[in-house]
Design a protein around this ligand. Structure first.
Ligand code: ARG
Ligand code: GLU
Length: 682
């Protein structure tokens, strides 16, 4: 009996562990609902996604094309991450009004700050259209019909490399205003040092509000617009979670590659990740040194540094994880079994060979493009010159304002150093002789460094003043472009648009379509879910710690005590607001505190869960068994980032900021308790 129970528990844990993997399509969530309920979920599939009644999906938005956000009040109040609102917060910040450093709290609706080019998108509905397309209907006509005369935006997205196609219908709002942001010492606490790390203490949230016209419809910014009234918003639970409690993430994961072959993983492990990591290390060293030397540079390069370092660290974890899991070898073994199975099936027998041949053909060209992107194309002077060349042909709307914004955060002396470092890197990684014209130019100047000096000295686009003057004098601009040495550099290393993944190159992808179909017939036990592609998904699991190393268990909840332990006025990223120190000293935590085992009180800050997430899931609501908001997703641990290719239930954890810390900061640091009044706190 005992043994039987043991076997049974073992089976359950194995199954439970496996089941945390996956990013499921909301319209098909009924297929998963039994498993979700077994994990503790109390609601129904219709509560998650419905086209007949308001459902959770009506409270989730794609935030500005790269993050997720969620509605938390009947008046259009929206929660996302601080790092997702970063661009908007930064754009309103100056040395005098430094909202990045000091935070921002609108004291009335009138103080909420409008933003150019910031939008959110709700999913109105999604539906499979594979059969309609197969029957000969055109994608254009399906979309046109769904757009309802321009009211909605639509997209047809490929699932399983095009074996299934889904229509997505969205409603977009363009008047989205900044309501509140904590100081960076809270919202970005730990900076790039703690990024991707557990234990974590970042209050990574910001608040926005969606505005609509008098009929609650999308409208361009106008002072007459009014707060949007959503069909649904999330109630907030202030009770928190215990380890093992159900969690669900509802959001827009961007990109995963679960089904690629061993060749593709080998490319990531052996070529792509190592090169990208190395070149970014060099770039970051230059930026960091400049930031440390000068406070204004620190602000101007903050967003750039964060962007460059974010993927840099992620790739390092991915590389380590794939090596540790032996993903390449595992896939080779899996493919050997597949090949045996496929041998008698003429439609599938050739597939792996065809894919292998395609990889041999295509990898080098893809690598070159990745290399150019991380070297030549990362020189900002080259980007601005290219943009000027295009502007000379056709001036885009708002171009001058964009330029002004670019130069505000641009330091040509930093860019010059970066250009030198990256062109050296290009030479080291370039697998074949470099273009002759480039080699000649470098030789003429007596080496890479003096070549770069000459580029920057001779460029017509080194400052905003020079560039702006040229914009107003077409003849001079044409002459400047003809002479511009950095444009010559651009031409030697032409940018080709490449898909995000090697497997999406047309010559390779065409084989993935039948391969995925074959895999589903071959591996009937496997629970297939489509790779992330920035469409709305549900991931579910539990709040859980993990074994970090032998004898080292990482518990899943951090508290304000850990912030105080890291606090250091001498380190920018760990220098917390004095107010937070005072609150810690007085323990004046209000309703947001919890009691620890030793009887003392503290405030919960971040927690871990087993949800399968990726980039794009930032800002996603973390929802409890009753459909209440308990946190905001913002990260994974860096050692779990290989989950984009292989999910390991033992290690892979997402990181969320506990909603009680968000409420505590709004209330006690921001003094913005009026905002709490519009929420439904439970
Ligand atoms: N790692 C998180 C993500 O991938 C957060 C990034 C922003 N934070 C930062 N310190 N750079 O987006
Ligand atoms: N911070 C990421 C984002 O911007 C989420 C972290 C991840 O990649 O899981 O979406």
């Amino acid at each position: 009996m005992k043994r039987l129970i043991l076997v049974f528990t073992l089976l359950c844990t194995l199954f439970a562990a496996r089941a945390d993997e996956g990013m499921w399509l909301p319209c098909l969530i009924a297929d998963r609902i039994d498993d979700m309920r077994a994990k503790g979920f109390r609601l129904t599939a219709d509560d998650i996604y419905s086209i007949n009644q308001a459902s959770m999906k009506d409270a989730v938005v794609l935030f500005n094309g790269g993050c997720t956000g969620e509605l938390i009040s009947p008046e259009g109040l929206l929660l996302t991450n601080h790092h997702c609102g970063y661009g908007a917060i930064q754009s309103h910040s100056t040395v005098e009004h430094d909202y990045l450093t000091n935070g921002f709290w609108a004291r009335s609706r009138a103080e909420e700050l409008p933003n150019d080019r910031l939008w959110v998108r709700f999913l109105v509905r999604m539906e499979e259209v594979t059969d309609r397309l197969a029957a000969g209907e055109s994608a254009e006509s399906i979309r046109k019909e769904a757009e309802e005369g321009g009211r909605y935006r639509t997209a047809i997205e490929q699932m399983y490399y095009g074996n299934q196609q889904f229509l997505f219908v969205y409603e977009q709002f363009d008047d989205v205003r900044l309501v509140a942001a904590p100081p960076s010492s809270i919202g970005k606490f730990g900076g790039d040092t703690d990024n991707w790390i557990w234990p974590r203490h970042t209050g990574d949230f910001s608040l926005f509000r969606i505005y609509a016209d008098a009929d609650n419809r999308p409208a361009k910014y106008s002072p007459d617009n009014v707060p949007y009234r959503p069909a649904r918003f999330f109630p907030i639970s202030t009770k928190g979670l215990a380890e093992g409690d159900f969690t669900m993430i509802y959001g827009f994961p961007g990109n995963t590659q679960q089904y690629v072959t061993a060749d593709a993983v080998a490319y990531v492990v052996e070529r792509s990740d190592p090169m990208k990591i190395d070149l970014r290390t060099r770039r970051l060293e230059i930026i960091s040194a400049a930031q440390e030397a000068d406070a204004a540079t620190r602000i101007r390069y903050a967003a750039k540094h964060a962007n460059i370092s974010n993927s840099w660290k992620k790739w390092q974890g991915e590389l380590l994880g794939l090596q540790r899991l032996g993903t390449v070898e595992k896939k080779r073994a899996y493919e050997a079994r597949f090949a045996e199975w496929a041998a008698e099936k003429p439609e599938y027998a050739h597939l792996l060979d065809s894919m292998h041949a395609a990889y041999l053909n295509e990898t080098e060209g893809y690598f070159l493009q990745e290399l150019y992107n991380e070297s030549v194309r990362a020189i900002e002077l080259l980007s601005v010159a290219t943009a000027m060349k295009q502007a000379a042909k056709k001036l885009p709307e708002g171009f001058e304002a964009q330029l002004a914004k670019f130069y505000r955060d641009y330091d040509p002396s930093i860019d010059r150093k970066i250009a030198k470092a990256l062109l050296h890197g290009l030479e080291e990684y370039h697998p074949q002789p470099l273009p002759q014209g480039y080699l000649d130019a470098v030789k003429r100047c007596g080496g890479i460094d003096s070549y770069v000096d000459q580029l920057f000295d001779a460029s017509a686009f080194g400052s905003f003043e020079k560039t702006q003057a040229l914009l107003r004098d077409t003849t001079a601009l044409t002459a400047a472009i003809a002479r511009e040495p950095v444009l010559e550099l651009a031409e030697w290393f032409p940018r080709k648009r490449i898909p995000r993944n090697l497997s999406n190159l047309p010559a390779i992808e065409r084989w993935y379509r039948p391969y995925l179909k074959a895999l589903q017939e071959f591996d009937t036990e496997r629970a297939f879910y489509p790779d992330a592609n920035l469409t709305l998904r549900v991931a579910y699991g539990t709040m859980n710690g993990y074994w970090y190393a032998d004898a080292v268990y990482h518990r899943p909840l951090t508290t304000i005590d850990g912030i105080i332990a890291k606090d250091d006025p001498n380190i920018y990223d760990y220098d917390i607001p004095q107010r937070l120190r005072d609150l810690y000293a007085s323990k004046d935590y209000g309703p947001w505190s919890i009691t620890k085992a030793d009887g003392s009180t503290t405030v919960p800050v971040c927690f871990l869960a087993t949800n399968h997430t990726t980039g794009g899931n930032s800002g996603s609501p973390v929802i409890n068994a009753r459909g209440e908001l308990v946190g905001i997703n913002f990260d994974r641990t860096w050692r779990s980032t290989m989950s984009d290719l292989e999910f390991d239930p033992n290690i892979c954890r997402n990181i969320a900021v506990d909603i009680r810390y968000v409420l505590f900061v709004i209330d006690r640091i921001g003094g913005a308790s009026a905002l709490l009044q519009e929420m439904d706190l439970r």
